[in-house]
Design a protein around this ligand. Structure first.
Ligand code: PXP
Length: 237
């Protein structure tokens, strides 16, 4: 069973482009759940160009499924997470001005820092997932740092998919087997879409959750949000 968490950053981006409250992010989050999503993901970035810090408590108040907050664990981000206590925090090493996250943690080189942050969040009852590239040593590093889960960065897989999907998924399959052995849960995200999702899920044993934003919201322009969420859920069945 792989859960679908809908990343609603792009909805906030459209709202922010006009300064008002259209589309209404809180309503969209509730509707995503109504349409079958099993989680809501937000990724507030330091420039707040999509999700704003003050969106988070409003979402926390209404989200009934799993609430996942992603981001770089700066002091501001950690305060936000600790104040709002989502079910899951996904830590991502993105630079302040990054267009999007394009790599995972060096869980070996940054072990001491990660260990401390993970312990702090877990003490507050928050599950912690670390965004990592599909490399065995990074999975082992995440386990040693005490993470509950890893989120595989799937951007490289998605880009390689159209040239050779078997080759593109192979590191993820190997790392998933290792993660299963080590007892660390597996999430995945970035550039997953209706073309590659089913293949990814079928080849990554123990995949617990995918978080999907850009492609899903883009597909919703054509199919509508309710239909689109159902289409993604069907890929995961
Ligand atoms: N996971 C992480 C850590 C991300 O930063 C993002 C993008 O915000 C996603 C998943 C979702 O990626 P996409 O928008 O390409 O579906």
């Amino acid at each position: 069973m792989t859960n679908l968490s809908v990343n609603i950053n792009k909805v906030a981006l459209i709202r922010n482009s006009r300064g008002g409250n259209l589309p209404n992010l809180v309503q969209v989050a509730m509707d995503c759940e109504e349409f079958g999503a099993q989680g809501i993901t937000v990724h507030p970035r330091p420039d707040q160009r999509h999700i704003r810090y003050d969106d988070v408590p409003q979402l926390k108040a209404v989200v009934k499924t799993e609430f996942n907050i992603e981001g770089n664990p700066t002091p501001d981000f950690l305060n936000l997470v600790l104040e709002n206590k989502p079910h899951q925090a996904t830590l991502v090493p993105d630079a302040p001005g990054a267009l999007t996250s394009d790599q995972g943690w060096d869980t070996v080189g940054q072990a001491a820092f990660l260990k401390e942050v993970i312990a702090q969040l877990q003490e507050a009852g928050i599950r912690v997932s670390l965004f990592v590239d599909a490399e065995e040593r990074l999975v082992e590093g995440a386990k040693k740092a005490g993470a509950d889960r890893i989120e595989f960065y799937t951007g490289r897989f998605a880009h390689g998919f159209y040239e050779g999907k078997e080759k593109a998924v192979e590191p993820h399959r190997r790392c998933a087997l290792l993660a299963n052995q080590l007892g660390i849960g597996i999430n995945a995200g970035h550039d997953l879409n209706l073309d590659n999702l089913r293949f990814y899920q079928q080849n990554v044993p123990g995949l617990l959750e995918v978080s999907i934003g850009h492609a899903l919201i883009s597909d919703a322009l054509y199919y509508g949000l309710g239909n689109t969420i159902q289409m993604y859920l069907r890929q995961l069945r």
